[in-house]
Design a protein around this ligand. Structure first.
Ligand SMILES: Nc1ncnc2c1ncn2[C@@H]1O[C@H](COP(=O)(O)OP(=O)(O)O)[C@@H](O)[C@H]1O
Ligand SMILES: [Mg+2]
Length: 539
């Protein structure tokens, strides 16, 4: 049967219509898939058996810092640390020989490499796609830096805590035992008189006992568990007293030159702890001179944080304000860089009879006083230790225990300014929190998505480029409604608060805030949230 040309055209037109409809469907479904791929919170890449990148999504670009044009067609190796590149061809071969879906490198630390050369920890799961003409391996890549960072902080915290428990336990028992030893030996010594043949030995017992007591105190100071009685203290008389104490134990060839300005502002501190701090530094300086002729200079002055570099403030987690800068300088042996990097570690010593606790304790003490300690030194050039301690606020004469602002839990700090992030993080760490930080709304949301249930609070900056605080807040609340969010903003941004009316904010911090204000707010919202969670768990 033959069809008329009109019929044939009609059939063809119908076929064409069907194909157009089919094409539209395909386009729509591809559009959906692409949208899904591009909004995925994991990096997605596909490679061929030669390791050539055939597909990447937006998250991959963001994670590795390359543009899509740079990635497509390039070898996958460029996303790997240099040390692992040569192994990948073999791994890839093995995978294409026996492909199946599986996590990659189980039990191994996998790392990615960004365009700028920095590396970061990743988790990767692999799956396999067979197309008509070729085979592809698809990898889902998760950046696990945030999780790793919490883990590291947790380990560090646990190490300090267990050391603190150990030190506390030792101190308690040792102090009792040492009181017994020193007390009884002193009684015996008193009965003996200096002419007794055993006098020298009993005196040695007492001396050794006193040294043991000093070590115990150093351990406690390192763990931040020393006795604290905070008062306003004048530095000058305290330093002179310590110098008087050490004079007798320092060889005569070592001159100690003290040059302290009068009328320095006082610091809020524990005097016993500060004595310990200066004692440790001065003894080290004298020991560095090691029997030769030399000088230890001690100077102090008052500086304003404005005069210090921002990097120095943030590296040490110092807040703006007035500081006392106390320098202990010597013209002794000095040290090389490798040594100076380790001197604050407990039990690090280069001395035959050293204990390695002096500077570890010094660091514990300055940190407990919200200050910092730094060293500059070179072999043969002497060393200079600089301690910064915050000056006591004028006019206030506190003689009381400080308010307890400590807490625990993970806090996410979101701010586009690095200095703010670092300062807030340092302050929170000091009060016992673990801290994650994000420099923009999008990465904050990623972190909340990944670790929302572990966060005890989010500190969110209102004014940020791109996604601002208000928008970020909406996303965070949608993902983790129970995590309290504290908003912070500077002056003049309060009108923006109108936009937040009705939003569930746990609190508000006006910038600039002090470490204490921050800790007080975080503690308040964290306690409230955990009480809430507990009461919610009741039947
Ligand atoms: N002023 C200094 N000059 C040179 N090296 C120093 C100085 N102070 C400290 N050090 C180095 O730091 C190390 C650790 O010091 P410290 O913690 O006080 O322990 P210790 O004095 O028992 O060795 C010392 O062993 C020494 O190598
Ligand atoms: Mg020492």
């Amino acid at each position: 049967m033959t069809r008329s040309p009109d019929e044939q055209i009609a059939t063809l037109q119908e076929k064409l219509r069907q194909q157009e409809a089919r094409l539209r469907e395909l386009e729509e479904s591809e559009g959906r898939l692409r949208a899904f791929l591009e909004s995925a919170s994991q990096g997605v890449v596909a490679i061929d058996p030669a390791g050539k990148l055939l597909l990447v999504n937006a998250k991959t670009e963001q994670m590795f810092g390359y543009s899509r044009q740079e990635l497509l067609g390039a070898p996958l190796e460029m996303l790997l640390p240099e040390t692992l590149r040569h192994l990948h061809a073999k791994h890839r071969q093995d995978y294409f020989d026996a492909p199946r879906s599986r996590p990659m490198g189980v039990g191994m630390e996998l790392r990615g490499r960004k365009k700028d050369g920095s590396e970061f920890p990743v988790e990767i799961s692999l799956s396999f796609v067979r197309e008509s003409s070729r085979q592809l391996a698809v990898a889902l890549i998760t950046d696990i830096s945030a999780r790793k960072e919490i883990e590291t902080q947790m380990q560090q915290r646990q190490k300090l805590e267990s050391l603190g428990v150990l030190a506390g336990g030792i101190a308690h028992d040792f102090n009792n035992l040492l009181t017994g030893i020193i007390g009884n030996a002193s009684l015996v010594l008193g009965e003996m008189g200096p002419d007794h043949p055993l006098y020298r030995h009993v005196r040695d017992v007492i001396e050794a006992g006193q040294q043991a007591a000093t070590l115990t105190r150093q351990l406690l100071a390192y763990a931040g568990k020393g006795q604290f009685y905070i008062r306003e203290i004048e530095i000058a008389p305290l330093v002179r007293e310590v110098v008087g104490m050490v004079r007798s134990s320092v060889p005569g060839s070592v001159r100690i030159a003290v040059d302290l300005l009068e009328h320095l502002p006082p610091v809020s501190a524990d005097s016993g702890q500060l004595q310990q701090l200066f004692l440790n530094m001065i003894l080290n300086a004298a020991e560095a001179i090691d029997g030769r002729r030399g000088t230890v200079w001690i100077t102090a002055r008052s500086v304003d944080s404005d005069a210090l570099s921002a990097s120095r403030l943030s590296a040490n987690g110092l807040l703006p304000g007035r500081y006392l800068s106390i320098e202990v300088k010597d013209d002794g042996c000095g040290m090389d860089e490798a040594t100076s990097l380790r001197i604050f570690d407990p039990f690090f010593t280069t001395k035959f009879t050293g204990r390695g606790l002096g500077l570890a304790a010094a660091r514990g003490i300055v940190e407990a006083h919200h200050g910092s300690i730094e060293v500059t030194s070179a072999p043969g050039k002497g060393s200079t230790f600089t301690v910064l301690l915050p000056a006591a606020p004028p006019g206030k004469h506190r003689d009381t225990e400080p308010e307890d602002l400590s807490g625990s839990g993970v806090v996410l700090v979101v701010d586009d300014e690095e200095v703010v992030r670092r300062t807030a993080a340092a302050a929170l760490r000091r009060y016992g929190y673990l801290v994650l930080s994000a420099s923009d709304g999008a990465s904050a949301i990623d972190i909340v998505r990944e670790s929302g249930s572990r966060l005890c609070a989010v500190l969110l900056d209102l004014a940020m480029p791109g996604m601002d605080g208000a928008e970020t807040l909406g996303h965070i609340k949608a993902i983790a409604p129970d995590v309290p969010v504290l908003l912070s903003s500077g002056f003049g941004e309060l009108e923006a608060m109108d936009r937040l009316a009705g939003a569930e904010l746990a609190g508000f911090l006006q910038k600039p805030y002090t470490a204490a204000q921050l800790a007080r707010e975080v503690r308040r919202v964290c306690t409230k949230a955990s009480q809430h969670a507990e009461s919610g768990a009741l039947p």
